[in-house]
Write a protein that binds this ligand. Structure first.
Ligand SMILES: [Zn+2]
Length: 306
């Protein structure tokens, strides 16, 4: 149990996090609309009415106004509330992990960028070069304090190389990149922050995160588009793989049954890949969720568990 002073500081870090989250909402919104971050003062995007000071209190204003504009009653996106709350929680977590140090300050900058880039990517499938460059810059300072320049340069090159190889796989199926250059920038920036060896773990972790989040969405999409052949092939593969996994955990299992199991997993897997790739006509259609957020979640999990 942390002492009372630590809890007191944590409380204020949380409050500051909420306020920064409120600012990040402005950065996200005006980044997408191309407006200046500092001017003009905040206004309702629908009725253009300038907001009163008490409309800008993090979390509380959203609750008091019940998610609606005070003037025109237009619904306010729950994104504002979510970004404020998540930033507050992340700031507090960073404080508990790093204490009041330079590392904490750098991590607050890095996590703020994670939040901004995640929302921008989810909303518009855009990653701004500027965000990625600032992320890499903060990562470079973090790296110089905690490991060394060579490690970061190797991490940068590794991130770019791995992502560009994966992006090129798109040419095999849809005659275009599998995803945009933004994901490559993110992987490069994470390489700068973590160094080359941990970056590999972060990228593998982000594949798992992506699969876990995407799979239910993809199954639902197949169901909605009545693509039952692909849906069944995928469910069948997952079932066979799960049964095989459970069987292989038993020590007294017949070796022949195991080999048949492997064969079934491979056959159903290949059939499934054939079904899925057959239906892909364009790269943008193939991407259900952008990969950037998965990398940020993986990076956060890695940082906090490490
Ligand atoms: Zn309004």
């Amino acid at each position: 149990m942390p002492d009372i002073l630590t809890l007191y500081i944590a409380f204020w870090v949380f409050i500051i996090g909420l306020c920064i989250g409120s600012f990040l909402n402005v950065v996200i919104l005006r980044g997408l609309s191309g407006e200046s971050i500092v001017f003009p003062p905040s206004k309702c995007p629908k009725c253009q009415h300038a907001l009163k000071w008490w409309h800008n209190i993090p979390l509380l204003s959203y609750l008091i106004l019940r998610g609606k504009c005070y003037f025109c009653h237009e619904k306010i996106s729950p994104q504002y509330f979510a970004v404020e709350l998540i930033t507050g929680i992340l700031f507090t977590a960073v404080f508990f992990k790093f204490g009041l140090t330079i590392n904490m300050l750098l991590m607050l900058v890095i996590f703020s960028l994670f939040v901004v880039m995640t929302v921008t990517d989810l909303r518009e499938k855009i990653i701004f070069d500027m965000h990625a460059f600032i992320l890499a810059g903060a990562g470079l300072i973090f790296s110089l304090i905690n490991h060394n320049l060579l490690n970061s340069v190797l991490g940068l090159l590794e991130g770019i190389l791995i992502m560009e190889i994966f992006a090129s796989i798109g040419y095999l199926f849809v005659k275009s990149r599998a995803f945009g250059i933004g994901d490559t920038y993110i992987a490069g920036a994470l390489g700068v922050i973590f160094g080359w060896a941990p970056l590999l773990l972060v990228l593998i972790l982000s594949l798992i995160v992506q699969a876990v989040i995407t799979m239910p969405l993809y199954l639902f999409k197949l169901y909605k588009s009545k693509n039952f052949k692909t849906l069944i092939s995928l469910v069948l593969f997952l079932l066979i793989a799960a049964v095989y996994k459970i069987l292989s955990l038993k020590t007294d299992i017949n070796i022949i049954i195991l080999y048949i199991g492997i064969l079934l997993v491979v056959i159903s897997g290949l059939y499934c890949v054939r079904q899925v790739t057959r239906n892909i006509k364009s790269a943008s259609e193939a991407i259900i969720l952008p990969f950037g957020p998965a990398m940020f979640i993986a990076a956060a999990v890695f940082l906090f568990l490490n």
